[in-house]
Design a protein around this ligand. Structure first.
Ligand code: C2E
Ligand code: CA
Ligand code: CA
Ligand code: CA
Length: 275
């Protein structure tokens, strides 16, 4: 921008200022949101296709902004990651998910909850202790917790990551790889990790009935994962046709609008009881 004409430079820098002003406001909002606990967790059922019953659920954060209403995580998770605010936010999500899952357990509904972990949280050397402490404070047995990590997390500091995953697994916590296929890892690489399951990214599921490449990707991911002893969850299943394709490839579980959107905690219990 320095080499461009004065006008261009000024225009560019004004745009930058507007952007950073927006960012600063948003960051301040986000800090306040953490202090004032303006977040809530929604839960999306994971359905076991063969039995047509709820096999688990994923906790998904929502920001109930005082002025903007429900804000989707896509609009604030990136900033939360950049600023490190993802750590206190993630702690809150983990605590809340464990507490609410225990509440369900006490009502006779035994479901494992999957919580998303960001890179920063995963790299925290205190992660294992934090997770153990959170589980014990909630009174939730560790088998009811699953942590979803992305391929990009798994790609960093391989040895350390394997050690962390191993330690969590030893505790009885389930580990799954989220958004599989969007990163640069391969199944043969992931073989080094003591994982339980793999979630096929919804971008491949979306067009699998019309795009033969996507169909081939989903099909081969499912069969390779099975060969490696991993269970597979197909994300973003919205239609009967997608479900049929997935079912025919013997993928056991799906998550998607076809069965249910993410629900507020109070509605989740109704969903599970009705299904
Ligand atoms: P994700 O972990 O891949 O979660 C699945 C996303 O797909 C959710 O979006 C869910 O609502 C959406 N989804 C599920 N089924 C369907 C479907 O059939 N069709 C379509 N079009 N979408 C479907 P959501 O809740 O907006 O979350 C977006 C992302 O934000 C998540 O993607 C995750 O990466 C991140 N996120 C959400 N909660 C947390 C959290 O507590 N911590 C961290 N670190 N990240 C979170
Ligand atoms: Ca996820
Ligand atoms: Ca995902
Ligand atoms: Ca995704």
């Amino acid at each position: 921008a320095k080499d461009a004409g004065r006008g261009t430079y000024r225009f560019y820098s004004e745009e930058m200022n507007a952007k950073s002003a927006f960012r600063l406001t948003m960051e301040a909002d986000l800090r306040r949101a953490i202090e004032e606990k303006q977040f809530t967790l929604f839960y999306q059922p994971k359905v076991e296709i063969a039995k047509n019953r709820t096999a688990g659920m994923e906790a998904l954060i929502r920001w109930n902004h005082p002025k903007k209403g429900m804000v989707s995580p896509a609009d604030f998770i990136p900033l939360a990651e950049e600023t490190g605010l993802i750590v206190p936010m993630g702690d809150w999500a983990l605590e809340t998910a464990c507490r609410q899952t225990k509440e369900l357990l006490d009502k006779g509904v035994a479901l494992r909850v999957a919580v998303n972990l960001s890179t920063k949280q995963f790299q925290d050397p205190g992660l294992l202790d934090k997770v153990k402490k959170t589980l014990s404070e909630a009174g939730l047995p560790s088998q009811y917790l699953e942590l979803e990590i992305t391929e990009s997390i798994a790609m960093q500091d391989v040895e350390e990551t394997i050690a962390t995953v191993e330690a969590l697994r030893q505790e009885g916590i389930h580990i799954s790889i989220d958004d599989f296929g969007t990163g640069y890892s391969s199944l043969s690489y992931l073989k080094k990790f003591p994982l339980h399951s793999l979630k096929v990214d919804q971008s491949f599921v979306r067009d699998l009935t019309v795009d033969s490449d996507d169909a081939a990707i989903v099909e081969s991911v499912i069969s390779m994962a099975h060969a490696m002893g991993l269970s597979v969850v197909a994300e973003g299943v919205e239609t009967e046709e997608q479900l049929a394709f997935i079912r025919d490839r013997e993928c056991a579980q799906v998550q998607g609008y076809f069965f249910s959107k993410p629900l507020p905690f109070e509605q989740l219990l109704d969903y599970v009881n009705a299904n």
